[in-house]
Design a protein around this ligand. Structure first.
Ligand code: S3P
Length: 174
């Protein structure tokens, strides 16, 4: 069984995923990294040159590959939930964990990097709130939801590793 991290941009999926992978001694995959390495371009460049729908197709290809792997930790780009086929590929063999955070905490985190094309707007805080509202129903259907606003990636990983579902699946595979 895989552990699949979903959630909005800047909620700490990649860092938390890396901590989980280290602690469980499992391979870690990040859909955004896979896409960038396959396309040999940054996400910002893919959006700018080919558009969002091309990015979403690359994301779906990455997810299809990961969904047939086992005992791995997966960090998904924030928009992965938008396509039902992505969730259908990940869910059968994955414990879905959703990370959330307040718009203010998200803005603080994403301001440190320039790789979030969807937030390259005049008022990114407003955009974060708008997208969070649009996507709320997509993020809802997870086994576990953790608010990381005041948590480090290690703190979020601690909570995930204490969850009975996760304990069950990680001990079974040891
Ligand atoms: C996106 C989230 C990003 C990245 C792309 C689109 C989104 O990933 O996939 O910029 O639609 O929410 P992170 O959630 O890792 O920032």
């Amino acid at each position: 069984m895989n552990i699949v991290l979903v959630g909005f941009m800047g909620t700490g999926k990649s860092e938390t995923g890396r901590v989980l992978a280290r602690r469980l001694a499992r391979p870690f995959f990040d859909t955004d990294e896979m896409i960038e390495s396959e396309a040999r371009m940054s996400i910002a460049d893919i959006f700018a040159r080919d558009g969002e729908s091309c990015f979403r197709d690359l994301e779906t290809s990455a997810v299809r590959l990961l969904g047939i792997m086992d005992n791995i930790i997966i960090s998904c780009g924030g928009g992965v939930v938008l396509r039902a086929e992505n969730m259908d590929a990940l869910r059968p063999n994955g414990i879905m964990v959703c990370l959330t955070a307040s718009p203010e905490a998200i803005l603080k985190r994403v301001s440190k990097t320039a790789n979030r094309p969807l937030l390259k707007v005049k008022d990114p805080l407003e955009k974060i709130k708008e997208l969070q509202e649009q996507r709320a129903s997509y993020y809802r259907d997870c086994a576990l939801t953790i608010d990381t606003s005041a948590l480090s990636p290690a703190g979020a990983a601690d909570l995930i590793l204490k969850n009975p579902l996760v304990v069950q699946c990680t001990t079974k595979n040891k």
